[in-house]
Ligand binder design. Structure first.
Ligand code: NI
Length: 155
């Protein structure tokens, strides 16, 4: 599977509102496979389509078991609590900052075949869902940072 180039902050792709996925075809599957490979190689916690220049509502999120969940046309339908922790983004390398997020979220999405499902996540994974879904509306985590962190302090 080929990898795709991850666009960086400043690219207009990252500031667009993405359109829903309507065709659950082989083209979509190739995109998802390529994004999975790109994400695995980058060792990231999530990757949204606009980060590879595709303005459609889909993303991959790293789960606790090390697998990636594909979420297509995702929506947060419930959220509870708050957490504040460090966040980064493959499109903004070397930048880390504290962002407040819900502690738990329930996401409704479709899989690569168009089947609807819901997924409940908490902690780090809930944060990743929020971050990736934000990308689909042109939001970057730096829009919400309350305090930037020196990356060396994360070690
Ligand atoms: Ni990101």
């Amino acid at each position: 599977m080929p990898t795709r180039n991850i666009v960086k902050e400043g690219d207009l792709c990252l500031r667009k509102i993405c359109r829903p996925v309507t065709d659950f075809n082989s083209r979509l599957h190739i995109l998802l496979d390529d994004m999975r490979e790109t994400l695995a190689q980058a060792n990231g916690a999530g990757l949204a389509a606009p980060q590879v220049g595709v303005l459609r509502r889909l993303a991959l999120v790293l789960l606790d078991d090390g697998s990636y969940l594909e979420i297509i046309n995702p929506e947060i339908i419930e959220q509870e609590g708050t957490q504040s922790d460090a966040e980064g983004c493959l499109s903004i390398p070397g930048v880390w900052g504290i962002v407040e997020r819900p502690m738990t979220v329930t996401v409704r999405a479709q899989d690569r075949f168009g089947n609807e499902f819901t997924y409940q996540a908490e902690g780090f994974t809930a944060r990743a869902f929020c971050h990736e879904i934000d990308h689909l509306d042109g939001h970057l985590f730096t829009d919400f940072v309350t305090e930037y962190i020196d990356p060396e302090e994360l070690e």
